[in-house]
Design a protein around this ligand. Structure first.
Ligand code: PMP
Length: 437
């Protein structure tokens, strides 16, 4: 890794006042997290003066890249009139009207400030609606930092149990036993086993939660048979189906769910719908969303639907129209094809997954089918970190899992640069990658 003097000295100061020197563990890159100075479009300049193409986009949250002019202008205008009030604003109404027009599953929407909060609101809404306490989720899927959502987010071979009956594994030490007991864990993309597990808890499940392209599981899209089986089961058993589209809403104008012939009861969103500002949203049918106001789930938040986020989000989404979605998805196909070619040329056991404007590179010769197959040994993790570092050194910023989210300022030129860097970086870490057994 290159020497980053200014970032290193900022980190020295940060270690004295921030636990581990950071506010988000995902920014810890070895001994030397980098500090941003500024960003414009798809480029970010760090404090040491090094510029990189940004394929991380603040963990998939900037759909139009950095400092997008229409957002800067609209937000500046709103800021001059005030940031947040103990009153509703038209900004929230305009954004809600736009979002309700994007998908038939969105009758009503409630805005919050993060994806974590959106998923939490969805779990609580489904409990309030059904009067049941258990939530089912897929092994290894990431849904934010609510205690329940964290269960089986990162199980290991030592504790994950039988693949057909995955154990509910708490993430944090001290997680209450009741939390773990109220989570039912199902295997990804295996309708038969999933249904047989759900059947055991028939009358107790409030909601089945799925991410349609779960990035921690490997960024493999969910199979239509799996979605349909879960939709059928929830309908037949008085439970709700919730899609976590915090990352995947970018896939189609109405989210990844538009690709399936099913309508979820609830959808959590976040990241890119905030136009660069902290956001989350829970959307659903008129009937289910009534829980927020009929006394079964009182719900508020000081900064929920603040006009800054609402303005930025509306402008970002209005300009991420059908044409922009299609263009970015086509660019994603171009990226996956070029990366696959680079992998072939580098002759390293690796593969690329993803769909639409999202992709992830694995240092594995075969495409993983579930969390267990995408899980890496400590050697694999070290090789992946070295790969991501080599990309950074070559002017490319990726998410630490070697995942990427495209933004609208990008074109074929950025993808060509990325593919060259992938070839070079893979070749440079060849000796570290485990050969397939
Ligand atoms: N759900 C999914 C699918 C996510 O990817 C994330 C964040 N990576 C969250 C929920 C939590 O969102 P936030 O970080 O905004 O709390």
């Amino acid at each position: 890794m290159k020497n980053f003097t200014k970032s290193a000295s900022l980190f020295e100061r940060a270690k004295k006042v921030l636990p581990g020197g950071v506010s988000r563990n995902t920014l810890l890159r070895g001994d030397n997290p980098l500090y941003a100075s500024r960003g414009k479009g798809c480029m970010v300049l760090d404090v040491d003066g090094i510029e990189r193409i940004d394929f991380a986009n603040n963990m998939a949250s900037h759909i139009h890249g950095h400092a997008f002019k229409p957002i800067v202008e609209a937000v500046s205008e709103q800021m001059s009139r005030g940031m947040a009030f103990t009153m509703a604003t038209e900004a929230e109404l305009k954004f809600a009207e736009h979002m309700c027009g994007r998908s038939p599953s969105i009758d009503k929407i409630r805005f919050v400030n993060s994806g974590t909060e959106a998923v939490m609101a969805g779990m609580k809404a489904s409990r309030a609606y059904t009067g049941r306490s258990k939530i089912a989720k897929v092994e290894g899927s990431y849904h934010g930092a609510y205690d329940y959502a964290e269960v089986s987010q990162a199980p290991t071979p030592e504790n994950w149990g039988d693949i057909n009956r995955p154990k509910a594994v708490p993430l944090a030490h001290g997680t209450p036993g009741g939390v773990v007991n109220d989570m039912v864990i199902i295997p990804f993309n295996d309708p038969e086993q999933a249904i047989s597990i759900l059947d055991e808890y028939k009358d107790q499940i409030a909601c089945v939660l799925i991410d349609p392209i779960p990035h921690r599981i490997g960024m493999i899209p969910v199979k239509v048979e799996f979605v349909k089986a879960l939709r059928g089961w929830t309908q037949n058993n008085g439970a709700l189906l919730m899609f976590d589209e915090v990352i995947t809403f970018r896939s189609e104008i109405g989210g990844m769910q538009a690709r399936f012939d099913v309508k979820p009861d609830l959808t959590s969103m976040g990241k890119m719908i905030g136009g660069g500002f902290p956001v989350g949203a829970l959307a659903g049918s008129h009937e289910v969303m009534e829980v927020f106001v009929n006394g079964s789930l009182p719900h508020s938040g000081t900064f929920s639907a603040n006009p800054i986020t609402m303005t930025a989000g509306r402008v970002a989404m209005e300009l991420f129209d059908a044409q922009a979605v299609t263009r970015l998805n086509t660019l994603g196909n171009y990226a996956r094809a070029n990366i696959a070619e680079a992998i072939k040329l580098a002759d390293v056991p690796a593969c690329v997954t993803g769909t639409g404007s999202l992709f992830r590179i694995h240092l594995k010769d075969k495409v993983p089918r579930n969390y267990r197959e995408s899980h890496s040994s400590s050697t694999g993790k070290r090789a992946l970190a070295a790969f991501v570092d080599a990309l950074y050194d070559d002017g490319i910023m990726m998410i630490h899992t070697a995942a990427a989210a495209l933004s609208t300022p990008m074109g074929n030129g950025e993808i060509d640069r990325l593919s060259e860097a992938v070839l070079k970086s893979l070749s440079s870490i060849k000796g570290l990658v485990e050969e397939p057994k």
